[in-house]
Structure formats: structure tokens, C-alpha cells
Design a protein around this ligand. Structure first.
Ligand code: HEC
Ligand code: HEC
Length: 219
């Protein structure tokens, strides 16, 4: 074997461990990245279902591009969160991408198929806002963008079904007070500002009561 060929083989072999160390999103979710990012599962659940009581959102089955955008927005401050800013800032670009992909591929947590909260009546304030909106105030029905029963649509419109009322209401209030201003077209900002506190609670309760279809999260 020529020296040159031997050197080449050594270089190729010594490169191998780098490949083995490709970002392991499941490990970060379980135990953090050792550089300041906490274990995601402590707050988002082992199955990515989130924790309704504390308002930690569901991540399982959300679109990877949406999840990635949120991590970038937390890090940049376009979406303010005392919890998620340090977490997202401690992740490298590769780690954010890998975690977004990991959570997007998690199966729908079975617990979310049957929400614990009862379904509000079809003519309740929340149901009417969600399905029809209020055109006298330029408020379109939420389902026009978030899909029927809030299942989510494509890359940009996240699911609302499978999120707790606490979380949904908190996000609407964050848009109202400017803590979340990561929406390029300001669709949500405009909408949230048009809603009263009672309407926010009603529409959040309606979406939290929507069962998730057993198969496929985001169409
Ligand atoms: C200490 C609890 C906690 C930990 C740990 C945590 N999160 Fe979060 N996460 C939250 C809370 C609370 C929110 C909602 C923040 C807000 O908007 O107020 C959130 C929101 C998110 C969102 C936005 C979801 C959406 O629907 O818009 C993503 C994505 C996310 N977290 C990913 C992660 C990842 C990845 C990790 C692990 C590196 C992680 N989180 C660790 C509590 C936590
Ligand atoms: C014109 C389209 C449009 C309409 C109508 C709309 N939304 Fe949204 N909504 C969006 C977009 C886009 C986002 C994602 C913003 C981002 O990139 O963070 C969003 C995000 C959200 C989120 C955050 C979800 C998460 O996982 O953090 C909530 C909650 C929400 N919308 C509630 C509502 C409610 C309630 C209504 C009806 C009153 C509504 N939306 C109507 C476009 C819309």
C-alpha cells in the first residue's frame, strides 16, 4: 500500500466518529445538551403531549418548519419567554433543526384524542368565533387558517386542537400585549387585539375540547 493511500484511509477513518456524533435529538429531549439546554421532556412530556395544567404546549406532530421557527424566535426575542429563551439560545442551529424534526415525527399522543374538557355548544361564543369569526370586526373564523376543528394546515398554520385552553389563551394574550410579535404578517396580532378577555377564554376552551384525529396531525 502506498503511503498516500494509507494516509487517505487514516483520514477517512478518523472522520468516522464525527458522523456517529450526529445530533441526537432524542437524547437532548431526554437529558438536555450539556451546554445549558434543559431536557425538553421535563416540561413537554415524554411523548411530546405537553402539560395542560401548567400550559406547556404540545409539540408532538407539529410541523418541523413551524417548530424550528419558534425556536429561532425564542432565541431572537421575537417571541418572549423567560423559560424558552435560555433553552433555545443554548441550542446550536443543528440541534434546533434536529429537535424540530424529532418532535414533528412523534406520533400523536393518544391522550389528546379524547380531551378532558367537554365540548362547548355550537352556538356558544367560542364556537361561533372559531368557526365563523365576527366580520363586523374583521375577525375571520380561526378555522379558516388553522384548519377544520383546528387540526393545523401545512407549514405556517399550527394546530390548536391538542393544546390546552391555558396555553391558547396565554398566546392570544401575549399577542395582545406584544410579548409575542413573531408573526410576519401580523395576522394574529391584529386578531388578538380585537378580542375581549371573555372571548379569548371562550375560543381557547372550544379549541382545547376538539379531539385530535387519530391519524396524521398536520395535513
Ligand atoms: C421548564 C419548562 C420547559 C422546558 C425544559 C422546555 N420548554 Fe419549550 N416551552 C415551555 C413553555 C412554558 C412554552 C410556552 C412559552 C410561551 O410562549 O409562553 C414552551 C414552548 C415551546 C415551543 C413552541 C411551541 C408552539 O406550539 O409554538 C417549542 C417549539 C418548544 N417549547 C421546544 C422546546 C425544546 C426543543 C426544549 C428542549 C431543548 C424545550 N422546549 C424545553 C416550557 C419548557
Ligand atoms: C389569517 C390566518 C389566521 C387566522 C384567521 C387565525 N390565525 Fe392563529 N395563527 C396564524 C399563524 C400564521 C400562526 C403562527 C404564527 C407564528 O409563526 O408563530 C398562528 C398561531 C396561533 C396560535 C399559536 C399556536 C402555538 O402553537 O403557539 C394560537 C393560539 C392561535 N393562532 C389562535 C387563533 C385563534 C383563537 C384564532 C381565531 C380567533 C386564530 N388563531 C385565527 C394565522 C391565523
Amino acid at each position: 500500500m502506498s503511503h498516500r493511500l494509507f494516509a487517505l484511509i487514516v483520514v477517512v477513518l478518523s472522520g468516522a466518529p464525527l458522523l456517529v456524533q450526529a445530533t441526537d435529538a432524542a437524547a437532548i429531549a431526554r437529558q438536555g445538551n450539556g451546554k445549558g439546554a434543559p431536557p425538553c421532556m421535563a416540561c413537554h412530556g415524554a411523548d411530546g403531549a405537553g402539560q395542560a395544567a401548567t400550559g406547556n404546549p404540545r409539540l408532538a406532530g407539529l410541523h418541523a418548519a413551524y417548530l424550528r421557527k419558534q425556536l429561532d424566535d425564542f432565541a431572537s426575542g421575537a417571541r418572549e419567554s423567560t423559560v424558552m429563551k435560555p433553552a433555545a439560545s443554548a441550542l446550536s442551529e443543528d440541534e434546533r433543526q434536529a429537535l424540530a424534526r424529532y418532535y414533528s415525527k412523534l406520533p400523536l399522543p393518544p391522550g389528546l384524542a379524547k380531551p378532558e374538557t367537554p365540548m362547548p355548544l355550537a352556538d356558544s361564543v367560542g364556537a361561533v368565533l372559531a368557526t365563523r369569526g365576527d366580520w363586523s370586526r374583521d375577525v375571520p373564523g380561526c378555522v379558516q387558517c388553522h384548519g377544520p376543528a383546528g387540526v393545523g394546515v401545512g407549514t405556517h398554520f399550527p394546530p390548536l386542537a391538542g393544546q390546552s385552553a391555558t396555553y391558547i389563551a396565554a398566546q392570544l394574550k401575549a399577542w395582545q400585549n406584544g410579548a409575542r410579535h413573531n408573526d410576519p404578517l401580523q395576522l394574529m396580532q391584529h386578531l388578538a387585539k380585537a378580542l375581549s378577555a371573555q372571548e379569548i377564554d371562550a375560543v381557547a376552551t372550544w379549541f382545547a375540547a376538539q379531539p385530535l384525529p387519530a391519524k396524521g396531525a398536520t395535513p
